[in-house]
Design a protein around this ligand. Sequence first.
Ligand SMILES: Cc1cc2nc3c(=O)[nH]c(=O)nc-3n(C[C@H](O)[C@H](O)[C@H](O)COP(=O)(O)OP(=O)(O)OC[C@H]3O[C@@H](n4cnc5c(N)ncnc54)[C@H](O)[C@@H]3O)c2cc1C
Length: 259
Amino acid sequence: MASDGITSKAVPVAPNPEEGDGTVVFRTVAKVTDVHESGNSVQVDFEDSASHTIQTITGDLVIVADGSTSSIKKILLPGATRHFAGYISWRGAVPEHASKKYAEKFVFQLMNRNYLLHYTIPTDEGNLDPGKRLHNWIWYQRVNEQELNSIFTDINGPQHQGTVARGLLDPKIWEKQKAVASKTMPEELSQILHSTSSPFVSKIYDASLTKAVFFGEKLFLIGDALTTIRPNAGMSTTYAAYAVNELEKVVEGNQTPSR
Ligand SMILES: Cc1cc2nc3c(=O)[nH]c(=O)nc-3n(C[C@H](O)[C@H](O)[C@H](O)COP(=O)(O)OP(=O)(O)OC[C@H]3O[C@@H](n4cnc5c(N)ncnc54)[C@H](O)[C@@H]3O)c2cc1C
């Protein structure tokens, strides 16, 4: 935790490096544009958004973890695709004081061919104090093609392939969704949804590549870039964390890569 040295309300003191730890450099305005083998190394090209220049670094080992829309996997495996899983997730967060009843409650609200998850999360600043946290909710729902098209057309007109971000959801669409919540959920749970000021909605995709290891074990794809698991009950984050632990064993020579 806080290996980046950044402090927050939840982690007021970042831990010191341990003996033997190396140096880590986080580059926050760099977009990787290409990777290729170069002798015994891997060359990584990236665009530095601050200086608007293309720069290059080389490494003995490169780990590609650029998420479900990975542009690097498309370079490594040009035929890689992902498939819409047939359902979407509506999401939002509201201050904890919106409902005492649901504070710290982990709720599975099962409905007809759709369900909602609710749990308490810290604020963006990492505040975990009781009463100061957030209610977080995720509502998974099956939709047909026509509904999909209208939900993913944002307030300004463009269609989105993955997520309609906060502030872009058409209010008419959200009003309709709130009416469904009023009809199908317990009143106080529905109220949490009604008091959400900027919900957002995402399509759920399945994606799994046939190859994770490239350039003679010098480049590994992991996390969502390799396999996008449906996010039910935290499964996709759990999988990404599991992959990190497994890769550590490979890097330390205690396990051979499976692919
Ligand atoms: C809206 C939404 C809701 C989700 N909800 C849940 C949930 O409730 N439960 C659950 O388990 N999972 C959920 N997930 C999935 C979860 O976020 C992922 O499984 C997890 O974050 C995967 O981790 P990752 O490190 O592989 O990729 P990510 O966390 O996606 O990280 C990829 C990183 O790579 C960076 N990047 C991308 N392209 C480049 C590039 N070219 N150059 C440099 N950097 C790049 C991105 O900026 C990002 O920081 C959700 C995902 C989304 C989008």
